[in-house]
Unconditional design. Structure first.
Ligand SMILES: Nc1ncnc2c1ncn2[C@@H]1O[C@H](COP(=O)(O)OP(=O)(O)OP(=O)(O)O)[C@@H](O)[C@H]1O
Ligand SMILES: [Mg+2]
Lengths: 231, 309
């Protein structure tokens, strides 16, 4: 579960990326974050993954108040979140297997268990047999799926993705989104920031629209009287 | 999280092998760093071996710490023998040799070439002499001064002579060298820390992307630090082994000439290489310095690397 309560995020350069954002995402939901470039989508995801902390307001993720989390608890917190980036952030000098295994390795997982889970994750994204390939030997779509396998391999309750289809053609994009939907169907909370409104419509899932650091779509605002009250 | 010993060991082995592999993939850079570390470690080890050898080679100098006690010429031989006996009773005296005046004169006749001239003498002008050798434990300047005073206080004694100043001076030089060795080792240890620290700093910057991703998926600071600590320790170990090689090669190269030199002095002395404790200290010191240097660099630079979105 994710709760943003009147969250303000001001970057060190003074730019206010979020100006009082309030929403709630329940466990197992699949939600799209949309809005123009610079609206604050990535900033919301950064606050969820604790890559940034809120300037004001409260961010609750998996029951933890991220603003108050001690640095030594941050690694354990992050292990409960799978993150997928547009540029997938794979380690170029490591084979697919090592890339996918990384979240398990840092979590002290026994080797046998790592092996089982890595193969299962590669299976889920349709990359069985690519274990020993280097990321650059794969197509862009395959690389993105390796990134997704890495994000889900430790079965985190929360999956966030920033423009996961940004580099993919429409067909591949649809395929990747279906993958996310499948994780959501088994109870994983999924939050996806995207420009691709066609894709969002196709899935008919809940949408939070940001503009200039605020939530602007009426159904979201209607649900959240506290947001209106602050206006 | 529960502690899983097998996984724990496996992770360490993995980090260790990873570090080893990375070093091997960059042989030239690795070698350059190792050479710098090795030189910094070889210098104190070489000095240590030099001091040890100088000590060993001059170990017999304690025997050279002879005190010559010249008795007055009117002291009888019986009295001289009695004095020699009482000198032997002292715990700080190892050996007393009495050289009677007659024996001294006879030797002098034989060796000096003045035999004819000496025939003229009516009586023996030479005194009885006691050659006193202090025990090894009582060879310090202070102990020898005590002995000198003791003999000088006897009414039968004409003069007490010490030909030991150069030995004391030599020992002082050795002591100075020993201190210099300690200072050099300290300074060079700091140098090794700096070299390893800087190498690790560069490596951390090189692997920034990897560190970011590792932290993103929940890698703790300890996890991210581990391979760098192993790399540092490996640099230290490799540098120490290379230093050992350099020193052993130097000892082997010098062995022949030193033996030749010793023989020319009638000595059987041969150069001693590093002792087992020296080797142990060198390797342990190298590993420890590498580890600490890496730790310092990691503490300073890893904290700053946080995943970006
Ligand atoms: N690290 C940063 N430092 C300063 N300003 C930042 C930083 N990151 C983002 N911003 C600013 O905050 C605002 C929101 O940025 P954000 O990346 O959240 O937008 P976005 O909705 O993800 O845009 P896009 O669709 O282009 O990815 C922008 O004006 C951006 O310039
Ligand atoms: Mg963005």
């Amino acid at each position: 579960m994710i709760v943003f309560d009147h969250v303000v995020k001001r970057y060190p350069n003074g730019r206010e990326a979020l100006s009082g954002v309030t929403f709630r995402i329940d466990a197992g939901e699949m939600v799209f974050l949309t809005g123009r470039s610079g609206a604050g989508k990535s900033t919301v995801l950064k606050l969820i993954a604790l890559l940034e902390r809120p300037t004001r307001g409260t961010v609750l993720v998996n029951g933890k108040n991220t603003g108050a989390l001690k640095p030594r608890h941050v690694p354990a917190f992050r292990r409960n979140i799978g993150v997928v980036f547009q540029d997938h952030r794979l380690l170029a000098d490591r084979p697919v297997y090592d890339n996918v295994a990384l979240p398990l390795i840092v979590a002290d997982t026994p080797l046998k268990e790592i092996d089982r889970r890595v193969r299962a994750a590669l299976d889920q994204v349709g990359l069985r047999g690519k274990e020993n390939a280097l990321p650059l030997e794969l197509s862009v779509g395959e690389q993105q799926r390796v990134g997704i396998a890495r994000a889900v391999v430790s079965k985190p309750p929360l999956l966030i993705a920033d423009e996961p289809t940004g580099n993919l053609d429409p067909e591949l994009s649809l395929e990747v989104m279906r993958l996310f939907k499948r994780f959501s169907d088994v109870g994983v909370t999924v939050v996806i920031a995207t420009h691709d409104l066609n894709l969002v419509r196709e899935f008919g899932q809940r949408e939070i629209v940001l503009d200039n650091g605020r939530v602007v779509n009426p159904q979201e605002s209607d649900d959240l009287p506290s947001v209106i009250a602050t206006r | 999280m529960s502690f899983r010993p097998v996984a724990y060991v496996a992770r360490h082995v993995q980090a260790f092998l990873g570090s080893l592999g990375r070093l091997a993939r960059n042989p030239l850079a690795t070698m350059l760093t190792l050479v710098v570390i090795a030189l910094a470690l070889a210098l104190p080890l070489g000095l240590k071996i030099f001091v040890t050898n100088a000590r060993a080679a001059t170990g017999d100098f304690a025997n050279a710490l002879d005190i010559s006690v010249y008795l007055r010429t009117d002291v009888s031989l019986e009295k001289a023998e009695q004095l020699a006996r009482s000198a032997r009773e002292r715990p700080d005296v190892a050996e007393v040799t009495l050289i009677p005046a007659d024996q001294a004169l006879a030797e002098f006749r034989e060796h000096s070439g003045f035999a004819a001239a000496l025939q003229v003498l009516q009586e023996n002008p030479l005194p009885h002499v006691l050659h006193v050798r202090p025990t090894r434990e009582s060879s310090s300047p202070a102990a020898i001064e005590t002995l000198r005073r003791y003999f000088a206080a006897w009414p039968e004694v004409e003069i007490v002579q010490l030909d030991t100043e150069w030995v004391l001076r030599f020992n002082a030089i050795l002591e100075l060298l020993r201190r210099f060795l300690a200072i050099a080792a300290l300074v060079l240890a700091v140098g090794v820390l700096a070299v390893v620290g800087n190498t690790i700093r560069l490596e951390i910057l090189n692997r920034r992307a990897e560190i970011e991703v590792t932290k993103l998926v929940g890698g703790s600071n300890a996890f991210v630090r581990r391979p760098f600590l192993y790399t540092g320790a490996l640099y230290g170990l490799g540098g120490a082994l290379l230093a050992l090689g350099i020193v052993v090669a130097a000892v082997v190269a010098l062995e022949g000439p030193v033996a030749t030199l010793a023989q020319s002095y009638g000595s059987e002395y041969t150069l001693t290489g590093p002792a087992r404790e020296d080797v142990g200290a060198l390797l342990a010191g190298g590993v420890l310095l590498g580890w600490i240097g890496a730790w310092i660099a990691a503490a300073r630079h890893l904290r700053d690397i946080e995943p970006r979105a």
